[in-house]
Design a protein around this ligand. Structure first.
Ligand SMILES: C[S@@+](CC[C@H](N)C(=O)[O-])C[C@H]1O[C@@H](n2cnc3c(N)ncnc32)[C@H](O)[C@@H]1O
Length: 290
């Protein structure tokens, strides 16, 4: 039972809620032209490092004829995804030793996974399980922009809590997170180096700005709740990762503070008191063919 990522790197809610928003149907046309897949074909799609399943869930809506399989080595993500997304086959598996025969899939896809896996294994395994002419899609996050609402600013207690966590937390190195980052220039070059052809790249820009009237209320509220999920997860993860440095009381107090702030933010939104906080994410989509 491997739950290293969900326990110490990114919590289930953080990943699911934030990805569910970014892969909402509202943004579908930011991705589909870059994917350039035939929606009428019965494609066999494999998602690598699927986390709690939000991209697989979107693919299932966008390509209703496709047969989708998704693997991740974190068992808590897989258990969660199986419950949330019944029409996809989720399984535990290692991207460097995929449990599939050569030439099994028409498409492989991943989101924010390539930077964590050594490239020859990451691309080599995908190339092996793809059919001739199969398509490899690699999505990776680029530097975006974040502006927090004033009412969500950290108070002195929170600042001290996070300063202490920063001092003791070495989980990123310990769990080998982001050991293989690639620049915008390197990404398509590396895909080419590992044998893919017709390599192209595109960028999907998504702005999550709850106060913007273009977003319906339910979506704006989901944006705010995704922030709450993210902040609460960070506190809970700190408790799991550094139990010797943070007490149960400190965690409980932090959870109370976070919830009060987000309750206030929601109240402001519902009363039309604009904060104009935003989170702009840029996803690079590199596409190659076997
Ligand atoms: C940044 S998360 C992204 C998760 C998901 N793609 C998403 O966007 O929500 C990276 C994921 O890669 C998975 N992962 C890392 N190395 C892996 C490996 N060798 N095999 C399978 N999964 C792996 C982690 O468990 C984690 O779920």
């Amino acid at each position: 039972m491997n739950t290293v990522w969900s326990d110490h790197v990114q919590g289930i809610d953080t990943l699911y809620l934030s990805r569910q928003l970014r892969f909402d149907d509202y943004f579908k046309m930011r991705y589909l032209p870059a994917f350039s897949l035939d929606p009428d074909r019965k494609l066999r799609i494999l998602e690598i490092g699927c986390g709690p399943g939000a991209l697989a869930q979107a693919l299932n809506r966008w390509y209703p004829h496709a047969e989708i399989t998704a693997v991740d080595r974190d068992s808590a993500f897989i258990t969660y995804a199986k419950e949330k997304v019944p029409r996809v086959t989720f399984m535990e598996g290692d991207a460097t030793h995929l449990p599939f025969e050569d030439g099994s899939f028409d498409v492989t896809i991943s989101n924010t996974v390539s930077e964590h896996i050594e490239p020859s294994a990451f691309y080599g395994e995908q190339r092996r399980v793809l059919k001739e002419g199969g398509i490899c899609l690699v999505l990776s996050a680029r530097r975006g922009y974040n502006h927090r609402a004033d009412c969500l600013a950290e108070n002195e207690y929170e600042k001290q809590f996070w300063a202490k966590i920063q001092k003791y937390d070495h989980s990123m190195e310990e769990y080998q997170v982001c050991q293989y980052p690639l620049s915008e220039k390197e990404h398509p070059a590396v895909m080419t180096e590992y044998g893919f052809v017709n390599v192209s790249c595109s960028y999907a820009v998504i702005d999550l700005t709850p106060d913007d009237p273009k977003y319906p209320e339910d979506m704006a509220l989901r944006m705010i709740e995704a922030g709450r999920g993210n902040d609460l997860d960070a506190v809970l993860r700190a408790g799991k990762t550094l139990p010797e440095h943070v007490s149960k009381n400190e965690i409980e107090k932090m959870i109370r503070i976070v919830n009060e702030k987000y309750d206030k933010r929601i109240d402001q939104y519902l009363r039309g008191i604009k904060q104009w906080n935003t989170s702009v994410s840029i996803t690079m989509i590199v596409r190659g063919e076997k």
